[in-house]
Design a protein around this ligand. Structure first.
Ligand SMILES: [Zn+2]
Ligand SMILES: [Zn+2]
Length: 319
């Protein structure tokens, strides 16, 4: 930059806020070499990431920043007394909404609170569009309510992908993620396991030997209708919880449940009870899953190992 250029920064470089009459006394240079006029007093007042104008005099040279020009121009708006951009245009961008996440990142970095809030709301608004980016953002900047909402959507996602997405997060985030996911893994395995038999005491002393073949036929058909890999069963669990808010009805909605009509064909009356308990235990276990954020705290107690006793009969289901 020549001496002539340095004498009148505000004449050369404009502030991106239209109609702004403040004097440009600091120039920001983006990663893509766009010059953006700003005002040191505003940077100091509306952010905590830029040096205060009391501490340093405005630099004569542009200040190089790591963000792109369009992101910095948007960010500068949030450091003015003006109507702030509502970011609706950033929402329209096809996922992944890179500029929205880039602006959120910059807002967090320079601690521009109004921009942090708007980005946060916009990201949470359509989290399904960018699940991984949203989760990475939420865990990196400690928005645990968002992280907890996104987490069940991700349980069947490739571990390497998760690891890569969480590279910028605190080191305990990945560990917390695997602990959280482990809860679903246990359920996914138990779904496909043989539910425990009812004891004679539980069924009131009636022998159920005549039902062995019937139950086996039923159980095998249910298991065969389940997704065959653990990961695909995780997908089913995640889908049920996030889209329907309940556990999968993998027993009562299985074709064989109707075709075999256990209520009529079962001699002892045990099989229908056992079948419903199988599904209810899965739903119960899903309802008891601890939110992702509870695994982040160092003080959090380790998850209890669940006792997979599918058929502990309570009063209500007893026939
Ligand atoms: Zn301005
Ligand atoms: Zn039976």
């Amino acid at each position: 930059m020549s001496d002539a250029d340095q004498t009148g920064l505000d004449e050369v470089v404009k502030c991106p806020v239209s109609g702004c009459t403040l004097t440009v006394d600091i120039v920001l240079r983006s990663s893509d070499k766009v010059l953006i006029g700003a005002h040191q007093a505003n940077l100091a007042q509306f952010s905590e990431g830029f040096p205060s104008s009391d501490v340093v005099t405005a630099p004569k040279e542009p200040v190089d920043l790591a963000e792109s020009g369009d992101v910095l121009a948007l960010l500068v708006h949030f450091m003015h007394k003006c109507r702030h951009p509502n970011l609706a245009n950033l929402m329209k961008a096809k996922p992944p909404r890179k500029r929205l996440f880039a602006l959120a990142e910059a807002a967090e970095k320079y601690m521009v609170y109004p921009a942090m809030s708007v980005c946060n709301l916009r990201i949470a608004e359509r989290m399904e569009d960018d699940l991984l980016n949203t989760f990475a953002y939420a865990t990196k900047f400690d928005y645990l309510d968002i992280a907890d909402k996104v987490a069940p959507h991700l349980i069947d996602m490739n571990a390497a992908l998760i690891r890569r997405s969480l590279a910028g997060a605190h080191s305990n985030v990945l560990l917390a993620w695997f602990c959280y996911r482990e809860q679903f893994l246990e359920i996914a395995d138990a779904m496909a396991a043989d539910p425990q038999e009812l004891s004679l005491e539980e069924v009131g002393g009636l022998p159920c030997t005549s039902d062995v073949a019937l139950w086996r036929k039923f159980r095998n058909a249910v298991v065969a209708a389940l997704p065959q890999t653990t990961n695909d069963r995780l997908g089913l669990l995640g889908y049920s919880v996030t889209r329907k808010g309940v556990g999968p009805q993998f027993v009562t909605e299985c074709k064989v449940y109707k075709s075999l009509d256990l209520e009529k064909t079962c001699v002892s009356g045990i099989c229908p009870v056992r079948a419903r308990r199988w599904e209810a235990e899965c739903s119960q276990a899903l309802a008891e899953v601890r939110p992702f954020s509870t695994f982040l705290s160092h003080a959090a107690a380790p998850s209890e190992t669940r006792n997979w006793n599918w058929i502990r009969i309570g009063g209500t289901d007893r026939r």
